[in-house]
Design a protein around this ligand. Structure first.
Ligand SMILES: Nc1ncnc2c1ncn2[C@@H]1O[C@H](COP(=O)(O)OP(=O)(O)OP(=O)(O)O)[C@@H](O)[C@H]1O
Ligand code: SF4
Ligand SMILES: [Mg+2]
Length: 392
């Protein structure tokens, strides 16, 4: 049984915004799932739905099975028992999530006391231990949030999330607004905790590169739907959905000279969730859209077999001797050009024809980069770049 299985989750806010539309996800204990997407695509809504933290008038449908038990069908008493102990959340923006008038040690101790896991003295002691576990001296328990740096506050949030030994941690943009050094420290800390304690992690970010570096699997959301889901490194390096490709190409890769010619963004904005376009919701921005895309909304389809012999990353050394699981291999994308007749046709680096078609379909510039690599759909040149042959 999966630690978490989300089936056909839909969330519609009171004003009519369809923020999450038919999302399916699965996560095993000890594994890390990244969720990426532009601002407003429904990432936080999905995270809040997992713990039933959405406003009362919100309509939520589908199933959220945590260890086989449907969170959406639970009575409130059971939901309260599951929060913190079954699943916990590290919220977006630590400063706004911590109570400014309480010492951080008391805030960490609070869920321990609420769940009756220790006496007041025991909870204070445990709060100190948790602070040490996330790399802060236990003495910082007496600090108020404003006395800590952004990175320290984020560590406090992680300590809180760990307070009741949850099976699942949902981290919503845990490193946004932190400098790159602190971001790297926090990410390694989260990875280590997942490996040591065998919890499942859902990490949300707009930064595909961070997720690819941290997570086993990656789901890319657009307008409330998962449009691509697969092994994190594969999706980042060779995304098949045109939106996921554009999102991935928006972050230059260190050591890849061709990424100097990659785009700095995708034209247009994501749609308003209260007035979604018909067909594939990405079609108004898609550089390789077909006429049918304005009416047809394709489901997720298998992209193809993924090699199972990829070695686990350093932080996952404990998995080296484990057999691969079925969910490790699946790779799906929701595009009419994917999965038909076994070949996908979305303009990958190995698909010259499609890149040329994409080139003709928008103003992205020549079909090939100066180094001869076919351009991806939505990839731009900056003025003057083509005039510098041989530029790395
Ligand atoms: N309480 C709410 N009431 C009505 N609409 C909401 C509410 N919260 C979010 N929305 C809308 O739902 C959509 C998804 O919002 P959400 O916060 O889930 O996006 P996100 O992917 O987390 O974005 P970001 O990367 O900026 O955090 C947005 O269009 C947003 O305006
Ligand atoms: S090709 Fe069509 S279905 Fe695929 S992402 Fe573009 S608009 Fe959507
Ligand atoms: Mg958010």
């Amino acid at each position: 049984m999966n630690l978490l299985e989300v089936r056909d989750l839909t969330v519609t806010y009171a004003g009519g915004a369809a923020a999450v539309r038919g999302v399916d996800l699965r996560l095993d204990a000890g594994r890390k799932l990244g969720i990426a997407g532009e601002s407003g695509c429904g990432k936080s809504t999905l995270a809040l739905a997992l713990l039933r933290l959405l406003p009362a008038a919100t309509r939520v449908g589908g199933e959220i099975l945590l260890d086989g038990e449907d969170v959406l069908a639970m009575k409130w008493g059971r939901v309260r028992a599951v929060r913190w102990a079954g699943a916990s959340i590290v919220f977006q923006g630590a400063m706004h999530s911590l109570n400014p008038v309480h010492r951080v040690g008391d805030q960490i101790a609070e869920p321990i006391l609420l769940h009756g896991r220790a006496t007041a003295a025991g909870a204070r002691k445990r709060a100190g231990e948790l602070l040490e576990q996330v790399g802060l001296p236990a003495a910082r328990a007496s600090a108020y949030p404003h006395e800590l740096s952004g990175g320290q506050r984020q560590r406090v949030m992680i300590a809180m999330a760990l307070a009741c030994d949850p099976r699942l941690i949902v981290a919503d943009e845990p490193t946004t607004a932190l400098d790159v050094m602190v971001q790297a420290q926090i990410l390694r800390l989260i990875e280590q905790l997942v490996a040591d304690q065998d919890v499942g992690l859902i990490m949300i970010s707009h930064d595909l590169a961070v997720l690819a570096d941290t997570c086993d699997r990656l789901a890319v959301m657009y307008a409330g739907r998962v449009v691509e889901e697969g092994p994190a490194a594969r999706v980042h390096a060779d995304a098949r959905h045109p939106y996921a490709r554009a999102l991935s190409a928006a972050f230059p890769r260190i050591g890849d000279p061709s990424s100097r010619f990659a785009p700095r963004g995708l034209p247009g904005d994501p749609p308003d969730p209260s007035a979604l376009p018909g067909g594939c919701t990405f079609h108004p921005r898609c550089p390789v859209a077909l006429d049918s895309c304005a009416v047809e909304d394709p489901p997720l389809r298998e992209v193809g077999a993924v090699l199972r012999d990829q070695p686990p990353r350093e932080a996952d050394a404990a998995r080296r001797d484990q057999p691969p699981r079925e969910t490790d291999a699946a790779w799906r994308a929701a595009c009419v050009r994917v999965g038909q007749g076994g070949a996908d046709d979305t303009g990958g680096a190995d698909d010259t024809d499609r890149a040329e078609e994409a080139d003709g379909a928008d103003e992205a510039g020549p079909a090939r980069r100066p180094d001869g690599v076919p351009r991806r759909p939505g990839e731009f040149t900056r003025p003057g770049e083509e005039a510098r042959p041989g530029t790395p």
